[in-house]
Design a protein around this ligand. Structure first.
Ligand code: DGL
Length: 273
């Protein structure tokens, strides 16, 4: 895969299995409001979490290739931990534009947030099983005592727009038990859907635990790329363009997506594989 031209006027492409990457898109809009954005939610194929690394890597390659070919993006943000765990290295080798994932930025924030050195990470079954977080923490700071827990079912609550139900709370109490037992003081939400469940997760973890989302830190990583010259910042003065595309039901994507991200999300376009 190679990109065509990628002038500074190109968009930043952002993708996830569905709504989760909107946490990253929100942070990007806030931090880099002048940049064009193309967001793709692969809702027809969500959830990625229970799928194999090979299958998710195939999806990530297909989406990246399509974004380069159809949208001439100048950078790709893999706003999905599962896809970052499965495909970030491969994508970075395959394309000649910056490809930014969410795992390393999240690790940096979680280490900054801990005082005790006991950090928790929660994510999808595939993300946690991939060992990507275990490796990234070991590389960043080997003194961190890391406890990981997979949280199957969390993503489905978000995709249904059910952010604070009793059922979500009961599930959270069960799935978060390992990180509570480990007495972590910093909990990294290692799935971009999870910040939408922050109230529920925080109720279970208690106020003394800092919840860390990779969204802001990922947006900072994109901005750093524009500052150090790896990514050309947009210079032209024409109005900013943001496109929202879903492989699933566009009306649902627009209704729920708007509720989650805000008014910038409008005119969702369909995409069929
Ligand atoms: N939001 C994605 C992540 O960060 C994946 C959720 C899913 O589709 O299972 O891992």
């Amino acid at each position: 895969m190679r990109s065509g031209t990628h002038p500074s006027d190109g968009a930043i492409g952002v993708f996830d299995s569905g709504f989760g990457g909107l946490t990253v898109a929100r942070a990007l809009i806030d931090l880099l409001p002048d940049e064009h954005l193309v967001y793709f939610g692969d809702t027809a194929r969500y959830p990625y979490g229970p799928r194999s690394l090979d299958e998710v890597r195939g999806f990530a390659e297909q989406i990246t290739e399509w974004m380069l070919r159809t949208h001439d993006v100048k950078a790709v943000v893999v706003a999905c931990n599962t896809a970052s765990a499965a495909a970030l290295d491969t994508l970075q080798e395959q394309v000649d534009i910056p490809v930014i994932g969410v795992i390393e930025p999240g690790v940096v924030s979680a280490i900054e947030a801990t005082e005790s050195g006991r950090v928790g990470v929660i994510g999808t079954v595939t993300t946690i099983g991939s060992g990507a977080y275990q490796q990234a923490f070991a590389a960043a700071d080997s003194s961190i005592e890391l406890t990981c827990a997979a949280c199957p079912g969390f993503v489905e609550f978000v995709e249904r727009g059910e952010l604070e139900s009793d059922q979500a709370l009961v599930l959270a109490e069960r799935l978060l038990a390992p990180v509570i037992d480990a007495k972590v003081d910093s909990l990294l939400l290692g799935c971009t859907h999870y910040p939408f469940l922050a109230r529920t997760i925080s109720r279970v973890m208690g106020r003394s635990v800092t919840l860390v989302s990779s969204a802001d830190e990922t947006a900072f990583a994109v901005r750093r790329a524009t500052l150090d010259g790896r990514l050309a910042a947009r210079v032209s003065g024409d109005p900013v363009r943001r496109r929202w595309i879903s492989s699933g039901d566009v009306a649902t994507f627009e209704r729920l997506g708007r509720q989650l991200l805000g008014d910038e999300l409008a005119d969702v376009e369909p995409h069929r594989w």
